[in-house]
Design a protein around this ligand. Structure first.
Ligand SMILES: [Zn+2]
Length: 425
């Protein structure tokens, strides 16, 4: 399949510039970016000067929590987690999780998200839903808030074997530790050993709240969460740390020294009153910063436009300087940096890269005038401006319609599940 996107405003996320031209995809790869066009095409898409840019990489999510959207809102984090989320999550069946993942897929595709980092339970169902969707994803497994039945080593082995059924270029595994506070030292060490043995990357929620940092320091001889993980060899692997809200310069230096990536999740952090991540300080340490939505129960939407706006604006307000964390930098975080954090060869519109492409409409009032479209993308654009979403060279969403998903069936199933959960809670 060879597709021409013609007359497009093509975003270069490396330097934050736009240029008018054409993009050609061949199979799952970007074949050409420039002002010419050549050869035969299976389809020509007239972009009418709309923006063609890499799809967003949502580097941290628990997608099936879409079923719990609106549950426990406006309660404190501890109450939200222990009185609402965990009890309800314990009632979710594998089928519930499958339909929750499907609902999230609809939202991802409609808002231009082409890649996700997924961390939840019942990965067999999650992998099934993701493989049907055509999305690119890294899927985590390991010690989590739902107790692993039996021996952790056996569980990890079984989880890894699930990936053998699926296309390894689209779905990759990683070892996911929920958090220091929910995992024993022994289980962290076992997970690190497993990751080393199988050459797998690792992810964790880290320094999300002040309580987490305080408790870790008290329980581990004065070590902060990054210092504690360093002492267990966690950072010897390729690692991605979610949140990192409460980190000082020394903590960030550890992440920088080990080349760890950070995924900042501003909506979740402000909604749960966790705080504002020190993004400008992370940038100054040269850390690869990606952006995530976190689960749709703590956000409550899977919308990277909203996250980009918050990363830029909260970072400015945190240090009272409107000149820091610029729109072009945030666009790179939401695309190329995310792809790098997850280990995918995508995240930019460039020859040879995987064809994960979205088309963003600029013919709406809030996108005019057009003299600074890079800024408009971060400060004015809405997820409903996404007209088309392509993953791995396949168009999965166009003008409100999905290629692989039965929308009405998904809504019906999710409503039934939510009704049942309400009766059980
Ligand atoms: Zn999370």
């Amino acid at each position: 399949m060879r597709i021409l996107f013609k007359d497009a405003n093509i975003l270069n996320v490396k330097d934050g510039t736009l240029s008018l031209g054409n993009v050609i995809t061949c199979g799952n790869t970007i074949e050409y970016v420039g002002t010419s066009s050549f050869g035969e095409f299976d389809e020509v898409i007239d972009c009418n000067k709309n923006i063609v840019m890499p799809g967003f990489v949502d580097a941290h999510c628990h997608s099936p929590m879409s079923i719990l959207r609106g549950t426990g809102d406006d309660t404190a984090l501890d109450e939200w987690l222990y009185n609402y989320m965990i009890p309800l999550e314990n009632k979710l069946t594998p089928d519930d999780i499958y339909w929750g993942e499907k609902l999230a897929v609809l939202e991802y595709l409609a808002s231009g998200i082409t890649t996700v980092e997924e961390c939840y339970f019942e990965n067999e169902k999650i992998l099934q839903a993701l493989s049907q969707s055509g999305l690119r994803a890294r899927v985590g497994f390991g010690p989590s808030t739902r107790k692993v039945s039996g021996d952790l080593q056996t569980y990890l082995k079984t989880q890894l074997s699930l990936f053998e059924k699926y296309d390894s270029s689209l779905l990759k595994p990683c070892v996911y530790i929920h958090a220091i506070y929910s995992t024993t030292q022994e289980d962290i060490e076992k997970s690190v050993d497993f990751s080393a043995k199988h050459n797998l990357p690792m992810s964790i929620h880290l320094s999300e709240t002040l309580d987490e940092v305080g408790n870790c320091t008290v329980q581990n001889g004065g070590l902060t969460p990054p210092q504690y993980l360093e002492s267990l060899g966690f950072f010897d692997r390729q690692t991605l740390c979610y949140h990192c809200v409460h980190m000082d310069k020394d903590d960030l230096q550890i992440l920088s020294d080990y080349d760890a990536s950070i995924c900042t999740c501003p909506s979740s952090n402000v909604k749960l009153a966790s705080g504002i991540a020190p993004v400008y300080a992370m940038q100054n340490k040269g850390i690869n910063i990606a952006i995530g939505t976190d689960g749709p129960a703590s956000n409550n939407s899977l919308d990277m436009f909203k996250e980009m706006f918050l990363v830029a604006t909260l970072s400015k307000v945190a240090i009272s300087d409107a000149s820091v964390v610029k729109a072009s930098e945030v666009l790179k975080m939401a695309t190329l940096n995310g792809a790098k954090a997850l280990g995918f060869d995508s995240g930019e519109i460039a020859k040879g890269k995987k064809a994960d492409i979205i088309v963003v409409d600029i013919h709406n009032p809030h996108m005019h005038p057009h003299d600074n479209l890079v800024s408009n993308l971060v400060y004015s654009a809405k997820s409903s401006d996404v007209k088309l979403t392509m993953v791995d060279g396949k168009i999965l969403y166009r003008d409100g319609k999905y290629t692989n998903e039965d929308v009405e069936q998904i809504y019906k199933k999710v409503d039934e599940i939510k009704k049942r959960l309400k009766n059980e809670h």
